[in-house]
Design a protein around this ligand. Structure first.
Ligand SMILES: [Fe+2]
Length: 254
């Protein structure tokens, strides 16, 4: 896209946003005082560095669906704020320091295939990160984070724990907005996944747990879909899950 094209696109988007918001002001007869209350809220949102998160919560799933991504393969989903560079896990074990006590284990397996040919894809890089069974992310270390590579048959194995639902934004302006709207701020339990081949990211998604109580009401509207829910069965004190991944190698980087 050239500089002029970009400027024309930006102008068109800005004019449309202002035009649509003017209609909201008319429809609800919004007063100047209410506009200033909204401005004060946006100032608090910016001061807490939460603007990007609020845009994600409100609009990112719409963007994922509108821009398609690899619409022919496994459905794309939010990346969220917690991804970073992760270590490679040759043994597929995401837990650091042994299996955490009191948390149900999860053995997740599956096969990665090409959407075009159906052929298994060896050497695909699967980058996982997730909350633990208390709904907590390791934000400093690499516990429950790691990269596995598919074998010659396109298969992968991950040893981890069952993630739990988690609430976020309890003490920031996003939580303030949700409380004002009478909405909860809980995410359905999920494992994040970024899949790449030859250094190209082809899929960024979330794999949801059927054990969650929030599959129907995840506060990120549109995030959960049936095709992203892992098939799970009880296995001793833990669980065994099966989730196959389909990649579109012609797809744009997610
Ligand atoms: Fe998450």
């Amino acid at each position: 896209m050239t500089g002029m094209d970009e400027q024309a696109r930006l102008n068109a988007i800005w004019q449309r946003i202002v035009s649509d918001m003017k209609q909201v002001v008319r429809d609800f007869s919004i007063t100047q005082r209410e506009l200033h209350t909204a401005g004060d809220y946006l100032n608090r949102l910016g001061q807490s560095s939460m603007c990007r998160s609020l845009i994600d919560v409100a609009l990112a799933m719409t963007s994922v669906d509108a821009t398609g991504g690899s619409s022919r393969g496994t459905r794309q989903n939010l990346e969220g704020p917690y991804h970073r560079a992760h270590p490679h896990r040759a043994d597929g074990v995401l837990c650091e320091g042994g299996a955490p006590a009191g948390m149900p284990s999860l053995l997740m397996t599956g096969r990665v295939r090409d959407v075009e040919t159906g052929e298994p894809l060896p050497g695909a890089r699967l980058d996982f990160w997730q909350a633990d069974s208390n709904g907590t992310y390791d934000r400093a270390g690499n516990h429950l984070r790691g990269i596995v590579t598919t074998d010659a048959d396109g298969r992968y194995v991950v040893h981890t724990v069952l993630p739990n639902d988690y609430s976020e934004h309890d003490n920031d302006p996003i939580g303030e907005l949700f409380r004002a709207m009478g909405k909860h701020n809980t995410r359905a339990a999920h494992i994040h996944l970024k899949a790449s081949i030859d250094g190209r990211v082809l899929l960024t998604t979330q794999i949801f747990m059927p054990t969650s109580d929030f599959l129907k009401t995840d506060y990120v509207e549109g995030a959960v879909s049936d095709d992203l829910i892992v098939a799970l069965e009880v296995d001793g004190d833990g669980y065994r899950g099966q989730f196959d991944i389909v990649l579109d190698r012609r797809g744009a980087s997610a």
